[in-house]
Ligand binder design. Structure first.
Ligand SMILES: [Zn+2]
Length: 321
């Protein structure tokens, strides 16, 4: 059975987000939009187009706990008997959404952003955007959450889908692969455009954050090895031939990593200067959106031993090794 795509509007920079619907043998919804009235109405309309209402949903399966993918899970649960399935890594983001988002906000405010040397108004904008994100999700009662293993199997649409953990865009990112039909629900791991790795707070007990883009690059290898024929992404239209998309993304990342290295070698040491150089083709007001990829390229260069990060007066400086 082919997953039915429901395209749902968001007012975030990412544009619309997809949820996927299986109508048989029970109604399963993969991902659940963002918590806005417009998104809820689109979801209700999308279900109605297949003769269904929110109360008919038996299971909601979450690919990763970003607000555009699970914001409406709480409302769906309130209006149905549905359970919400999410990886064991993602479960705390459903049951204790407020705590988890506050933790991340504090990490950004008191640690990560403080070291970048960005102008105060940029920092305020980033923190403001992030604070708004925390309002775009309803928590899910713990008794309605069913955590699945990172290498588990999910029954959807009358078939067994293998869970594959693919960290990078998000540390708890999972994709679902159906080997017989070679279908892949790729969430934000594999989009037609390069998904942005998200800077996350260090995991409990770890002192340092986990570099996300190096993880993402390794996850591209994992996804390629699945040898899927058809990809159902978290944003945009389904597409075939994932290898072509994967190779294009690898080339793009390698090219930008190389350009970043050249700028560091030319003496640009700090994030604001590197951001201006790497995104010189964009107007200054929108360059901030490139921050996550820039941090990712620097993470790759540090991992490869080509750049070192040194703290001077509380601000990170990047130097050619
Ligand atoms: Zn997304």
């Amino acid at each position: 059975m082919e997953p039915i795509r429901l395209e749902l509007p968001t007012d975030l920079g990412v544009g619309p987000v997809n949820a996927y619907l299986f109508t048989q043998p029970e109604v399963v919804l993969v991902d659940a939009g963002i918590k806005t009235d417009a998104c809820w109405e689109a979801l209700v309309d999308g279900l109605a187009a297949h003769g269904l209402a929110p109360a008919d949903v038996a299971r909601v399966v979450i690919t990763h706990t970003h607000v555009d993918h699970y914001g409406l899970a709480g409302r769906l649960v309130a209006e149905s008997d549905a359970t919400v399935w999410v990886s064991e890594l993602g479960a705390p983001w459903l049951s204790a959404a407020d705590d988890k988002w506050r933790e991340r906000l504090v990490y950004y405010r008191d640690d990560f952003l403080r070291h970048l040397g960005l102008p105060a108004e940029m920092v305020a904008k980033l923190l403001g955007d992030m604070t708004r994100l925390t309002t775009l999700v309803d928590p899910v009662p713990a008794e309605r959450i069913v955590p699945f293993h990172l290498d588990g199997v999910l029954q959807m649409g009358g078939a067994a889908w293998q869970v594959v953990h693919t960290p990078g865009h998000a540390s708890m990112q999972t994709v679902f692969h159906q080997p017989q039909t070679r279908q892949l629900l790729s969430a934000d791991m594999l989009l037609a455009v390069t998904p942005t790795p998200v800077v996350e707070q260090p995991p409990p007990g770890a002192g340092r954050r986990v570099p996300a883009l190096p993880l993402f690059v390794r996850s591209l290898d994992v996804v390629e090895a699945l040898d899927a024929a058809m990809v159902y992404p978290g944003h945009g239209r389904p597409f075939g031939d994932p290898r072509r998309v994967i190779n294009r993304q690898r080339e793009r990342i390698a090219q930008r990593r190389g350009e970043c290295l050249e700028f560091v070698r030319a003496g640009l040491e700090r994030v604001p200067a590197l951001l201006d150089a790497m995104y010189a083709h964009q107007p200054p007001a929108t360059r901030l959106a490139g921050l996550w990829m820039l941090i990712g390229y620097l993470d790759l260069l540090i991992e490869d031993g080509l750049v070192t990060q040194e703290e001077q007066d509380d601000v990170w400086h990047y130097l050619a090794a």
